[in-house]
Design a binder for this molecule. Sequence first.
Ligand code: AMP
Length: 309
Amino acid sequence: MSSSLLVIGTVAFDNLETPFGKADMVVGGAATYAGLSASYFTPYTSIVSVVGEDFPQSFINTFREHKINTEGLQIKKGEKSFFWAGKYHIDMNTRDTLDTQLNVLADFDPVVPENLRSSEYLLLGNLMPKLQLRVLEQMAVRPKLVVMDTMNFWMETALDDLKLVLKQVDVLTINDEEARLLSGEYSLVKAAKKIMNMGPQYLIIKKGENGALLFRDNKVFFAPALPLEDVFDPTGAGDSFAGGFIGYMAATDDISFENMRRAIIYGSAMASFTVEKFGTERLVNIKEDEVATRIQSFVNLMQVDMELN
Ligand code: AMP
């Protein structure tokens, strides 16, 4: 049976600009992508976050349609939701943040509902590190697995708090640029060693369309990204990856390195869906058999028959 999963992170409005078009005020946010992605694996997914009065009830219904528990989603009267604007470069692997407005997040105090304090799996999705700590403090029992996602913005503005969170998590997921920023090392192998010394026993470095690396001690596993014909909007790929990863871990309730290798493929598959359309458009509409077919494409992509002599 699936284990319970708690996801924290932003629930937001985004303005997105990619080489293929523009979209304003689309619902996004780390907890949105991660929660939706995880919901394909475990029916016991809950989110803790905050939105303003401007947030559409129809999207809260979308969460509920995906069986996501929204008890921990605070709605602040008279306030505005977190807002982010980003523009992608032509290669779609890099982007500029054009605007970040904390709004309702500025004085957010996350409250984990009593019945969710014993959640067995915890995703500290991208959010102020101080708030990630507040959630950790409220857990009644230490979850079996704590995964943390973060980004360069918090490394630049809240590094001390971020290092405190790092000491308490099992897995950190960041991209290659962020791994270099956090460690001060160019080599990702050296960067991984330094970062694992900061706390997490496992490190996942995401490399966009070049796949992802999982580090544990001196072991490393590589999972490719699926070569896709159309990448429309990469926003939320990292969060969908993290949600798929921990959703699969919670569904299988096995925290071994071997199972993490499989979970990375599931995370990559979920990210590959997200990038096919703007915002969450694709992520909210995936059929079960489509997940299985995509996993099979990954397996085919990774297979190699070789004889060593
Ligand atoms: P990703 O593409 O996976 O890195 O995630 C993009 C999502 O992260 C967008 O939907 C944004 O709303 C959200 N986001 C952007 N900046 C931040 C931030 N500083 N903290 C938390 N979430 C953010």
